[in-house]
Design a protein around this ligand. Structure first.
Ligand code: MHF
Ligand SMILES: O=c1ccn([C@H]2C[C@H](O)[C@@H](COP(=O)(O)O)O2)c(=O)[nH]1
Length: 282
């Protein structure tokens, strides 16, 4: 069992057993427009992964890691909001939030680029590793009306101690079935990338989720997952030659020996949730 399975499945069980159910306003299922019921835990959760120990990925189901890798690459390295670039990487699950201009509006990558947030973070890590304001912040009140979706994993806070790079990922809302297994894996990859170009070792990834929830159409699959066999965590590999963050290519990040393949995927339908802050443009 990977450490990620252990932590993730325990919280999944808690949500199913002790969670609070409600209808999600302004949400529907893509296939039939059906109403969306969700069960939320009702208190925040914190998961902690020591990246020196193992790479955080589930083995109780197959998580398509190339997709979460390419998604974080699109947000943080390409700093893009253009969904066509995701299509080029064979990713379709952002289409529900694509506007007529083929973008997701001023969300995610746009906010990284607008304030050169990645460059500034790396500058701080290199020049003053004890800085206590090493933050990437995607939540921007001014631009919220122009985002097709509000950022969920909206902030990272960074720390350098004793040659290790630590990262806290702050998430306001976490879809336990679909989003969460992507989020901790992709941010673990980002920590590995930033650590390499700042000559640090990847340290601890702390993942805070304020509202952790399971959608009704995922209940049965997650119950099944709780009873599945698990395996040891696979190995993460990174191209050690890369010295500049923008020189990374997605292929420079690989997962090898991933036994989740044997477990197989769990087909879960995605609920489409709209941004209630969105300004409707004519
Ligand atoms: N309801 C909801 N949940 C999310 O997790 C989510 C959103 N909406 N909207 C924006 C993004 C899109 N994300 C998604 C959406 C779908 C999958 C998904 O369907 N994952 C499948 C594999 C899909 C594939 O191979 O293409 C999985 O089994 O993990 C994952 C992340 C995360 N975010
Ligand atoms: O990276 C992500 C992006 C999205 N999600 C989930 C969390 C929620 O289930 C929906 C968004 O709906 P809101 O009403 O805006 O919270 O998408 C995720 O888990 N991870």
């Amino acid at each position: 069992m990977s450490r990620a399975d252990e932590i993730y499945l325990e919280i999944a069980k808690q949500i199913l057993e002790n969670g609070f159910e409600h209808k999600v306003e302004g949400a529907w299922y893509a296939s039939d427009g059906g109403e969306v019921i969700v069960k939320k835990l009702g208190r925040p959760v914190v998961m902690q992964f020591d990246l020196q120990q193992e790479f955080p990925i589930l083995t109780s189901k197959y998580v398509p890691w190339k997709k979460f890798r390419d998604e974080i690459y699109w947000i943080m390295i390409m700093q893009s909001n253009d969904v066509r670039e995701l299509h080029a990487m064979d990713i379709r699950f952002w289409d529900e939030w694509m506007g007529e201009d083929f973008t997701i509006g001023k969300a995610y990558g746009v906010q990284v680029k607008k304030f050169k947030q990645l460059d500034r973070l790396i500058g701080k890590i290199m020049n003053n590793p004890n800085d206590r304001g090493m933050i990437i912040q995607l939540w921007n009140e001014e631009d919220l009306p122009h985002m097709n979706i509000r950022p969920c994993a909206f902030m990272t806070m960074w720390d350098v101690t004793d040659g290790y790079l630590n990262c806290s990922l702050i998430q306001r809302s976490g879809d336990w079935g679909l989003g969460i297994p992507f989020n901790f894996g992709q941010y673990a990859m980002l920590v590995h990338m930033v650590a390499q170009v700042t000559n640090l070792k990847p340290g601890v990834l702390t993942h805070y989720i304020n509202n952790a929830h399971i959608y009704d159409r995922h209940y049965d699959m997650i119950r099944e997952q709780l009873n599945r066999p698990t395996f040891a965590a696979p190995e993460f590999q990174i191209n050690k030659e890369v010295k500049n963050i923008y020189d990374f290519k997605p292929e420079d990040l690989q997962i090898v020996g991933y036994k989740g393949k044997h477990a197989g995927m769990l087909q879960m339908e995605m609920a489409t949730v709209i941004n209630p802050h969105k300004q409707v443009q004519n």
